[in-house]
Design a protein around this ligand. Sequence first.
Ligand SMILES: NC(=O)c1ccc[n+]([C@@H]2O[C@H](COP(=O)([O-])OP(=O)(O)OC[C@H]3O[C@@H](n4cnc5c(N)ncnc54)[C@H](O)[C@@H]3O)[C@@H](O)[C@H]2O)c1
Length: 287
Amino acid sequence: MLKGKRILVTGVSTQASIGFAVAREVQLAGGEVLLTTFGRMRRITERSARALPEPVDVLELDVNRPEDFDALAADLETRWGSLDGAVHAVAFAPGDAIGGRFLDTPAESAAVAFKTSAVSLNSLARALLPLFNRGGAIVGLDFDARVAWPAYDWMGVAKAALESVNRYLARDLGALGIRSNLVAAGPLRTMAASAIPGFSGLADLWQLRAPLAWDADDPQPVAKVVALLLSDWTSGVTGEIVHVDGGAHAMGAELDPVAANRMRETLLASANGSIEPAPDRAEHAPT
Ligand SMILES: NC(=O)c1ccc[n+]([C@@H]2O[C@H](COP(=O)([O-])OP(=O)(O)OC[C@H]3O[C@@H](n4cnc5c(N)ncnc54)[C@H](O)[C@@H]3O)[C@@H](O)[C@H]2O)c1
């Protein structure tokens, strides 16, 4: 699906990073990958880079340093000459901007979350623009920002901005054949997630909301859709937000596990053994 495509993946730290799963899927689909890291993360990212099916190089990118974008673009120009895709998997909010102190967050901390997690998508697109000389695809990682979540606070506001940046990039880059899309993932246990107090509550909520089983330790379903959006199969898709969250975004309330199991039993009985049963929801319900 990605044979011959050259893809830059940002935001890889540990092997639990969504970016790591994306880099892996891109390689398995035949694409070539380079990773970026920043500052003190380098050793961790390099260890992850060696664990990919094909070990890859790690370039420097702190999204808050304009000079890093210049150096990155120059390095990619020398190595590859052109680029087919870029993955934005970067987010950060200071401790006082998440975790339930929304009303008291200093404006400076909210601004750091906004700049690092939303403005950076625009900065990445602008820096890489000259390399997308045969069209291309930019894909970012989102957490559904239509609603307010427990603890997510100013990161939620930053994600709402990211969704808007995505739409404006789609508007401005479409004429060059460059697409911009987001994948809104369900909760996944990564380093960024563990920095959010109350994250486990969100993961528990998903067990009640998602009609499909949701495994917060498996970023592969998310990574596969990112890979799809990087491919020519989605050549007509831009400005889009694809939810890969087990369907939780489409539900207006938690599912009643008892009613869901009753429905499951009824459907299985009417199918007369011709369909493989999905896991019992009650087994996944939080205690
Ligand atoms: N984990 C989840 O539940 C979840 C759900 C939806 C969306 N996301 C999004 O997925 C993306 C990847 O996060 P993750 O969950 O894989 O966590 P992660 O901690 O593995 O990745 C976040 C990355 O951001 C990088 N980063 C932070 N500040 C940076 C800066 N100034 N410059 C460059 N890089 C910087 C970190 O080094 C790290 O590699 C983020 O945008 C996150 O908001 C995560």
